[in-house]
Design a protein around this ligand. Structure first.
Ligand SMILES: Nc1nc2c(c(=O)[nH]1)N[C@H]1C(S)=C(S)[C@@H](COP(=O)(O)O)O[C@H]1N2
Ligand SMILES: [Mo]
Length: 522
């Protein structure tokens, strides 16, 4: 007749669902915090979040390649990191729910996530398997301990007769969970800061890069068009675009870093950083560009690179005649490859660069060494954090981006970009400087033309080109009359070839088309 007050003590003692979710999230956060902190402290340990993020980037199906490219911005890298952490915490919350009925299974779940992160870290050539294993094991151990502890808190505080935790017990549980999450977030941030700091210190290890034996004369100052808002002829390092697949900048240790020349060569060899920089260094201005650059985009820059001539390294190794491809391999496993003939052509000076605009290569731009090949898009040539130059055949190997649907060969396409006025700008009637930069490395630029409202093409004034490998600035002084106007620009390369007006997307071999903007004049 009367319902028993307490039909099933076990049942009653189960924590509420949201309590269990919170316990799971706290356990997951503790695991991530532990792993990130250890990754920051232990050399050779990889952060599971970075390892999984790298795997996500690398395993993109070809159809998603544009998505990958869009992930490349710095802010997007942070977003990807936060996204992975969020997914992990949602999964941990689900494991918390599971732990209400099947605590054993929940523990197995946490261990499975540990294994997944470990598997991802094995893809990272910079990580040491044993250290990564210890990090994963520690993270799993901490998560299981935290989960059991928090679940016990909920159960112990619930007397069998009462379904609810008493208020003080709940406060203690929530307080503990929040403390765990806070501590985990703190450790995670600390670990990441240590990791980034370590990477910066690597660059600080080297002082000045030795002087070049062949220097490049600075661009003649009178040749620079001094127009407000136009890209500087030489892009400062801090403003230079950055594109790569690395979620965190690789940090080669200079004591163990080597550059090796291997593969189809008669005399493979390797060099330390000091040996490399003791070779004759050459200075050269080269404009490099990213294949993902949209028409009018800013994934292009011009710098003074100092480095060892690639030809000299190849001669020393003795390239076999059948070696048709040069592959640059980075310490993080990234690869870029291009035809051997491209580097051997007399008019081209490909460099293994060790300095950029007079400073040792910044970490973001490939410290301690990178390839710079005039005329080729970065994804086929400009390997940063270079570890190995391997001679192989074109058929024998597809570098990183090729299986993802990008073209095997990637010469930089002729492009011109207006920097001023900006698209959609309102300007005063009268003389308006229509100005920007144009590039076609290493064919050079012989002319730039501007068109107003689909009328005739008018030649713009050019800055004196530094070389065929660099961009030029241009200006057209336009007599602007009131109204809305369409402005278009096109370049003519050093071979007299006029830039095509056919529009293409960046994939698979670079964006084509004329940069076109609208301005309103009043
Ligand atoms: N190791 C490594 N090198 C790399 C890349 C990369 O993802 N990893 N990206 C390449 C691409 S696609 C470009 S466009 C250039 C960009 O060089 P920057 O970041 O110095 O401008 O680097 C190239 N070198
Ligand atoms: Mo690129």
């Amino acid at each position: 007749m009367t319902e028993p007050m307490n039909p099933d003590p076990q049942q009653r003692a189960r924590p509420r669902r949201r309590t269990a979710v919170l316990a799971g999230v706290a356990a997951g956060a503790a695991a991530l915090g532990t792993a990130e902190l250890l990754a920051g402290i232990l050399p050779g340990a990889s952060s599971p979040i970075i390892a999984i993020g790298d795997t996500v980037i690398a395993l993109q199906p070809p159809g998603a390649k544009q998505f990958v490219v869009e992930l490349f911005g710095e802010a997007d890298k942070l977003l990807l990191t936060l996204f992975i952490a969020a997914v992990a915490l949602v999964a941990a919350g689900a494991l918390g729910l599971l732990a209400r009925d099947r605590p054993g299974l929940a523990r197995i779940g946490f261990a499975a996530f540990g294994l997944l992160a470990l598997a991802a870290s094995f893809r990272d050539p910079l990580s040491e398997p044993l250290t990564s294993f210890l990090v994963a094991a520690a993270a799993v151990g901490v998560s299981i301990a935290v989960l059991s502890w928090l679940m016990r808190l909920t159960v112990e505080r619930a007397t069998p007769a009462v379904a609810e935790m008493p208020a003080w017990g709940r406060r203690r549980f929530i307080g503990s969970s929040i403390a765990v999450i806070g501590l985990a977030a703190g450790s995670g941030i600390l670990g990441r800061t240590l990791l980034e700091r370590g990477r910066l210190n690597a660059v600080a290890q080297v002082g000045e890069v030795p002087d070049p034996v062949v220097s490049a004369s600075p661009p003649p100052t009178e040749a620079v068009l001094d127009i407000p808002g136009v890209s500087e002829l030489v892009t400062p390092n801090t403003e230079f675009y950055r594109i790569d697949t690395a979620l965190i900048v690789p940090r080669p240790n200079l004591d163990t870093w080597r550059l090796s020349v291997t593969g189809m060569v008669d005399r493979p060899f390797e060099l330390t950083y000091d040996e490399l920089t003791a070779m004759p260094l050459h200075d050269q201005y080269v404009t490099i560009a990213c294949v993902s650059n949209e028409v009018g985009g800013n994934l292009v820059g011009n710098a003074l690179w100092r480095g060892v001539r690639l030809k000299e390294l190849l001669e020393r190794a003795g390239v076999q005649p059948s070696a048709t491809q040069i592959v640059g391999r980075a310490v993080d496993g990234f690869t870029a490859g291009f035809p051997t003939v491209w580097a051997l052509a007399d008019e081209r000076e490909a460099l293994v660069a060790v300095a950029m605009n007079g400073e040792p290569l910044p970490a973001d731009h490939g410290f301690p060494a990178r390839l710079i090949v005039p005329g080729l898009f970065g994804y086929v040539s400009a390997t940063k954090w270079l570890a190995e130059i391997e001679l192989t055949t074109l058929e024998g190997f597809d570098a990183y981006w090729v299986p993802l649907g990008w073209s095997k060969e990637g010469p930089i396409l002729t492009q011109a970009r207006m920097d001023v006025p900006r698209d959609g700008a309102r300007v005063d009637a009268g003389t308006v400087a229509v100005a920007g930069v144009a590039w076609a490395p290493d064919r050079g630029i012989s002319g730039v033309e501007v068109q107003v409202d689909e009328e005739g093409w008018v030649a713009a004034e050019l800055s004196a080109p530094i070389s065929d490998a660099t961009w030029v600035q241009f200006v057209h002084r336009w007599d602007a009359s009131p109204g809305d106007h369409l402005l278009r620009v096109r370049a003519i390369d050093g071979d007299g070839e006029v830039q095509t007006d056919e529009r293409t997307r960046p994939a698979p071999d670079g964006a084509r088309g004329h940069h076109t903007i609208r301005v309103s004049v009043s």
